[in-house]
Design a protein around this ligand. Structure first.
Ligand SMILES: [Zn+2]
Length: 408
């Protein structure tokens, strides 16, 4: 008796009518996976495809999924602040679904394959102590810059965000350290035994400092004086200022001043600013420092999906081989143009029965045959020709004829 291939999630049975519409890709019933696992998977699948029920997920929908979509799904989960374990589980759910389709010969490549879309490494993505882009905008928007107090807070927060300084250093800036020269602005630092160091201030910060300058007047001393003008604002006061605006913006995340800075750096990198640019903007002397803030993000971004768009069938096949390995464990890299023994795949015939995709093939002997997807797979079946007795003889004759033709 022929052993049936093991099914992770059995597909829905074909309906009696051959005119039935496109079938759902999977069914949660009769699964070999535990009920709880399936329940979790179904939730993740629905979440990914943005559908109400599992029946709405069809094979053509799955075929359209590119690794980029899986990656943006993953990034959305990261943005939502989910832990790496949860995200990994959700990616596994997607992989299981596509694996199932690949095993049945319905898909060439699993778009959620770990080598195409990497999951976040455990321990590298901390629970978000930073703001999302939208939250960061809301946070800065909560500062009322029509008041002197607001202009000061804005200048202070921008200084903290844009300069590569420790909090105490930012608060310790004296007003004469800020210089404007034409359309350029600088902060000048002098440290013991060192030359003057001029750090270019980016436009946003320069504007914030310029707007704040008239409020301060030309009084020398601390750029951000505290209640006692002989002292700068304290770190605690700064922290309270930040918390006040977070509250005003309706953000309940626990984000300290350090988290704000991390927010700024990661979003800049996220928005496509090269690391070297960000490093310059925030005034880090070493790129490692910038990376330190953005490390989590870099980790993820280096796991960007491999672009599959525009790949030719042979290229896809090569990638499939890379992913699944050559040899017996190779799953089912079937697609138009794929050769299996004497058969060359022409196209997929997605008939009413989604669980058994047929592939239209042409045999070397010239016959046209339809073969079930998993019969082409080395793992399951082993169909390599049209299967008729005289097939091999015909092919040999054709080869002989061709050889005679080419001889002079
Ligand atoms: Zn044949």
């Amino acid at each position: 008796m022929k052993k049936k291939p093991r099914e992770l999630v059995p597909a829905a049975k074909p309906p009696p009518s051959s005119l039935a519409p496109i079938q759902p890709a999977v069914s949660a019933k009769n699964s070999l996976l535990s009920k709880n696992t399936i329940r979790g998977y179904v939730r993740d699948w629905k979440d990914f495809f943005q559908v109400e029920s599992i029946e709405a997920i069809t094979v053509p929908m799955c075929l359209q999924v590119a690794p980029e979509q899986v990656a943006s799904f993953r990034d959305r989960l990261i943005e939502q602040g989910l832990g790496p374990g949860t995200i990994a589980r959700k990616l596994t759910a997607l992989r299981t679904l596509f694996d199932y389709l690949v095993q049945r010969g319905m898909m060439v490549l699993n778009p959620a394959h770990p080598k195409l879309v990497r999951g976040p490494k455990r321990g590298t993505v901390k629970k978000m102590e930073r703001l999302s882009l939208e939250e960061a905008r809301r946070f800065l928007g909560a500062i009322d810059r029509t008041t002197p107090r607001g202009r000061r807070d804005y200048a202070l927060i921008m200084t903290d965000l844009h300069m590569g300084l420790r909090r105490s250093e930012a608060l310790g800036i004296r007003s004469d350290q800020f210089k404007v020269d034409g359309d350029r602005a600088y902060l000048i630092f002098r440290s013991k035994g060192e030359k003057e160091r001029m750090v270019t201030v980016n436009q946003d910060l320069a504007a914030a400092l310029a707007a704040y300058a008239p409020d301060r007047g030309n009084t020398p001393g601390w750029l951000f004086p505290g209640r006692d003008p002989r002292k700068p604002l304290s770190g605690d006061q700064f922290w309270r200022i930040v918390q006040g605006y977070l509250e005003a913006a309706g953000i309940s995340k626990k984000v300290g001043t350090h988290g704000l800075r991390a927010t700024f750096i990661t979003h800049n990198i996220e928005l496509g600013t090269p690391l070297s640019e960000v490093q310059k903007t925030v005034g880090h002397s070493r790129p490692e420092t910038t990376l330190g803030y953005a490390r989590d993000l870099e980790m993820i971004k280096s796991r960007a999906p491999k672009a599959m768009e525009g790949m030719s069938a042979p290229e896809k096949e090569q990638l499939a081989e890379e992913l699944y390995g050559r040899g017996s464990m190779r799953r089912t890299p079937v697609g138009p143009g794929t050769r299996w023994g004497r058969l060359v795949v022409v196209k997929a015939l997605l008939k009413n029965d989604a669980s058994h995709v047929r592939w239209a093939c042409v045999c070397d002997c010239g016959r046209k045959v339809e073969v079930l997807g998993y019969n082409l797979a080395k793992k399951c079946g082993n169909t390599r020709s049209c299967g008729l007795g005289e097939c091999l003889r015909l092919v040999k004759e054709q080869k002989k004829a061709a050889a005679l033709k080419t001889e002079p």
